[in-house]
Design a protein around this ligand. Structure first.
Ligand code: AMP
Length: 203
């Protein structure tokens, strides 16, 4: 199963991705996590990405596409993967299509988290407070000022993917404002439906 989680920052993609990892045994490929790891490790990619990430802007397509291309050839991705926070631009979406086509694979579904933006800033600030309370590092971009820029980037560069995947017949929506458990249930229902359609189409 290969799926994309699409939605603005704070929509709950990461939380749901972790649940999908546990339930379906496929890895979560979060470009945000991979970039943060690169920053922490001080690699060339990390050095180039840091200032851009801190400002809430998008890292270049070339960098992110290269990271994902390498990652999906690892053995744990053989049975599928969850793309979380990738693709975020039309160039990245074309890169995913090409990567999959070259491997004779296809996407099963793109899940859009439909949310109220105003509530997202509160979620992000909560996330920062919770991390701080738990003694975990707080993300530098989890604050109200940078959040505005992240949201602008989302609408400018990522929201066009909604139309892109709708036109391909891959887009399904979930109510991202619902509680965590019920979002999980909505996603599982969608995945079951997609799997049934696939069986019918293959037979
Ligand atoms: P996230 O953890 O998904 O919220 O990503 C945190 C930051 O990493 C973003 O604000 C971007 O600066 C960068 N980033 C993550 N994924 C991508 C991507 N697919 N394309 C460009 N930049 C990305």
């Amino acid at each position: 199963m290969r799926l994309i989680l699409l939605g603005p920052p704070g929509a709950g993609k990461g939380t749901q991705a972790q649940r999908l990892v546990e339930t379906h045994g496929i890895p979560q490929l979060s470009t945000g996590d991979m970039l943060r790891a690169a920053v922490k490790a001080g690699t060339d990619v990390g050095k180039r990405a840091k200032a851009v990430m801190d400002a809430g802007e998008l890292v270049s397509d070339a960098i992110v596409n290269a990271i994902v291309a390498e990652r999906i050839d690892e053995p744990d991705c053989a049975k599928g993967f969850i793309l979380d926070g990738y693709p975020r631009t039309l160039v990245q979406a074309d890169a995913v299509a090409k990567l999959l086509a070259e491997r004779g694979l296809d996407l099963d579904v793109v899940i859009e988290f439909v949310v109220d933006d105003k509530a997202m800033v509160d979620r992000i600030i909560n996330r920062a407070e919770q991390a701080k309370a738990a003694g975990q590092p707080v993300r530098k971009d989890d604050n109200a000022e940078v959040f505005d820029e992240r949201l602008r980037e989302y609408y400018k560069k990522t929201a066009p993917l909604i139309g892109y995947y709708y036109a391909k017949g891959k887009l399904k929506g979930v109510d991202g404002m619902a509680d965590i458990e019920s979002v999980t249930q909505q996603i599982e229902a969608l995945l079951a439906k997609t799997a049934r359609k696939k069986v019918t189409a293959d037979s």
